[in-house]
Structure formats: C-alpha cells, structure tokens
Design a protein around this ligand. Structure first.
Ligand code: ADE
Length: 235
C-alpha cells in the first residue's frame, strides 16, 4: 500500500513512521508513506497557505489553491482514495479501517487552523473524524487512521491470526489475556487457561468477550444484532 500524506507539518510523522509496526511495515515495503509539505504548492514568497475567512470571524482558513494543486499533482501519478481528516467527518472505526486497508493507495489530507476552504471537499472521496473532539489539526487523526489501517494490510502483523482475533474484528471486545507467572501477588490466572482443553479455552474466551462487551460497550452488541438482521448479513 502507498500512502501520501499532505500536511504543513511533515516532521510531525518522523518518529511514528520510524517506530514499531509502522517502521517495520515501511522497511519491508508493505506500507510506503510519502510525506508532502503543503507549502510546496504555495505560490507566494512566504509560502502561505491560509487567509482570513470571508464573512469575518476568528482564525484563518486554509486557501484552496495549494490543496487543488497538490491533489492535481498527486492524482496525476495514479488512482488513489483521497481522505480528508476533519472533526465533522464520518466516524472512523474498525470497519472503515478494513475497507481502507484494501485500497492500493490513499492520500491523507491534514487540515489545520480553523478549517479548510469548503471547495477543497469537492476533491476528496471521504471525510473521516476520529471522534467527537477537536484536535489542533488532522495530523494526529491521520496517524491514528494510518496505524489502524497499516496493521490490517496483509503481511504487516507477524501472526496472521492476531488481526482477526482481536477486539472489534468480531464486533466484540477482546477476551482477557494472561501470561506467566500463573500466580502473581496472589492474583491467579483462570484455571481453564492452564487446563490444556482447547475447546474449553475457546468457549471461555467467547463468554468473556461477550460478557465484557455487554458490560462495557452494549452499543457494539446492538450494532452486531442490527448487522445480522440486515438484508446482506455477513457470514
Ligand atoms: N481534525 C481536528 N479534529 C479532528 C478529529 N476529531 N478527527 C479528525 N480530524 C480532525
């Protein structure tokens, strides 16, 4: 997968892209990320990308020119799904991550300031928000999307099962995990996990995942039921 990120802060991404899973995915050529400074498409001496809003009001708005020119240039290189990160976008979740992970190329557009000139939206395929709060800009959100998507790209996760087994993949929260020691400060690992009975372990994990989801995120169960009742219920 190829990911182009357009931002006025390309340096923001340096450490996360060099670290951990994203670092490995880059080294192995599974997820190639190219950073683009939006100011490279500015046309004035000061490389400015913002201006005062028409109609008045506080703050600055990103002007359309550099965005249109950046997207003209990047899209001329080949097809890509263009995503704008903004607080009024559709809520990003695991399902969206799975859908985006199947794309060969993404262009992530990070807004700043009070917003981007509305006309830029005519150039994007979708607008995504990572939650009902306002960040200083789309960079953090782009990073969230990138990490959630990258780990679903085939080959990125070491163990092929770990991406399908975990929280949200089945519409449920994940079951509790334990490792050695079997007893720590009087806290014991459930006996069933040490029983060697794989069927019993699988049943226990399923029950725990259901119970946890019912207690902590009942909305996920309702969604799973709705999906199952729907006309194209997934298998
Ligand atoms: N930019 C600012 N806030 C954001 C949010 N919550 N999600 C995505 N992009 C944003």
């Amino acid at each position: 997968m190829l990911v182009d990120i357009v931002t006025i802060f390309p340096g923001f991404f340096a450490s996360p892209l060099a670290t951990g899973l994203l670092g490995k995915a880059g080294e192995r050529g599974l997820v190639e990320v190219r950073l683009h400074d939006l100011r490279d498409w500015a046309t004035d001496r000061h490389r400015s990308v913002d201006d005062a809003p028409f109609g008045g009001g506080a703050g600055m708005v990103m002007v359309p020119g550099p965005w249109f020119d950046a997207l003209d240039e990047l899209e001329a290189q080949g097809p890509a799904r263009v995503v704008l990160l903004a607080p009024d976008g559709r809520r990003f979740d695991h399902k969206v991550a799975q859908r985006l992970a199947a794309e060969p190329r993404l262009i992530l557009c990070c807004g700043r300031y009070e917003g981007i000139d509305e006309r830029v939206r005519t150039r994007v395929d979708e607008v995504l928000s990572i939650g009902d709060f306002v960040l200083a800009g789309g960079e953090t959100a782009a990073l969230v999307v990138l990490e959630a998507v990258a780990r679903l790209v085939p080959g990125v996760m070491g163990n092929a099962d770990s991406a399908t087994d975990e929280s949200f993949a089945a519409g449920l929260l994940e079951y509790p995990q334990y490792t050695r020691p079997a007893v720590y400060r009087g806290l014991e690992v459930p006996a069933v996990l040490r029983s060697g009975d794989h069927g019993a372990v699988a049943r226990w994990r399923r029950d725990q995942a259901l119970d946890r989801t019912r207690r902590l995120r009942p909305d996920l169960l309702e969604q799973a039921e709705e999906d199952a009742d729907g006309p194209q219920a997934p298998g």
